[in-house]
Design a protein around this ligand. Structure first.
Ligand SMILES: Nc1ncnc2c1ncn2[C@@H]1O[C@H](COP(=O)(O)OP(=O)(O)OP(=O)(O)O)[C@@H](O)[C@H]1O
Length: 209
C-alpha cells in the first residue's frame, strides 16, 4: 500500500504531538518510527492506521494504483501493539478461528502451520489468558506478520520477548515483509535494524505550538 502524508499534524487538546509531516511510505519499504517515550510514535501509527483522525493535513492511501478510503484501511491492515488486546477468554485455536474470519492468513499458511511457526503447539487448547507474556507477544506478532494485509504496523514488536523470541521475530519479519508497507515504532535497535528508512517523530515537533 502506498501512503502519502501531507502536512500531517495531530493535537490532543492544546498539545501538538507532531506537525508538518510530509512523507511517502512505499510498498516494500520498512520505516522505523523513532523517538523517546511520549514523543508520539504510537499516535503516528494510530493516525496512519486510520484509528485517529489527523488534526490537520491529509493521508492518501493507494493499493495497486487505486485509491483506498480511510474507512477501508483496516481491512488492508495488520497491526500488533502492546495496547491492542487479544481475546483472552478463548483458547488459542478458538482465537485463531475467530480472528482469521475477518483477517485471513497469507495464502498457504494454515492455522496449524501458524501454530507451529509461533511455537505454540502446547497451547492449542489452552486459554490465551493463561499464556505467558512472551507467548502472547508471539501470538500477536504471528497474527500480524502472517496476515494477508499489505500494510503492516508493529508497535514495540519485541516487548516481552527473550533473546530467542527476538531472533524469532527477526526471522519472521524478514520472511513476511516483502512487498508490504511496514512501519515499526521502536526504541530498540534490534527491532528495527533491518529497516531501510527512519522517521524521527521529534523532527516534527519544533515550533509545533
Ligand atoms: N488519547 C489521548 N489523549 C490525550 N493525550 C494523548 C492520547 N494518546 C496519547 N496522548 C499523549 O500523546 C503523547 C504521545 O504519546 P504516544 O503514546 O504516541 O508516544 P510514544 O512515542 O508512542 O511513547 P512510548 O515510547 O512511551 O510508547 C503523550 O504525551 C501522551 O500522553
Amino acid at each position: 500500500m502506498q501512503i502519502e502524508a501531507t502536512g500531517l499534524g495531530k493535537r490532543f487538546q492544546r498539545d501538538w504531538i507532531f506537525r508538518g509531516l510530509t512523507r511517502a511510505f512505499r510498498p516494500g519499504s520498512a520505516t522505523a518510527v523513532l523517538g523517546p517515550n511520549g514523543a508520539g510514535k504510537s499516535t503516528l501509527l494510530n493516525t496512519i492506521a486510520g484509528q485517529l483522525l489527523p488534526t490537520e493535513g491529509a493521508l492518501a492511501y493507494t493499493l495497486s494504483g487505486r485509491p483506498v478510503a480511510v474507512e477501508d484501511v483496516p481491512q488492508h491492515l495488520a497491526y500488533a501493539a502492546p495496547y491492542l488486546e487479544l481475546l483472552e477468554e478463548l483458547t488459542l485455536l478458538e482465537l485463531l478461528r475467530f480472528h482469521t474470519q475477518f483477517k485471513p492468513l497469507q495464502a498457504g499458511v494454515s492455522l496449524e502451520r501458524l501454530i507451529d511457526i509461533m511455537y505454540l503447539e502446547k497451547g492449542r487448547h489452552q486459554l490465551v489468558r493463561e499464556f505467558s507474556s512472551g507467548m502472547k507477544q508471539r501470538l500477536k506478532l504471528g497474527l500480524a506478520l502472517y496476515a494477508a494485509a499489505p500494510l503492516l504496523l508493529l508497535d514495540e514488536p519485541t516487548t516481552n520477548l527473550d533473546a530467542t523470541g527476538v531472533a524469532w521475530y527477526q526471522e519472521h519479519v524478514e520472511a513476511t515483509r516483502a512487498g508490504r508497507t511496514l512501519l515499526l515504532s521502536s526504541n530498540v535497535p534490534a527491532e528495527y535494524s533491518f529497516c531501510d528508512e527512519e522517521l524521527l517523530v521529534t523532527d516534527f515537533q519544533t515550533g509545533k505550538r
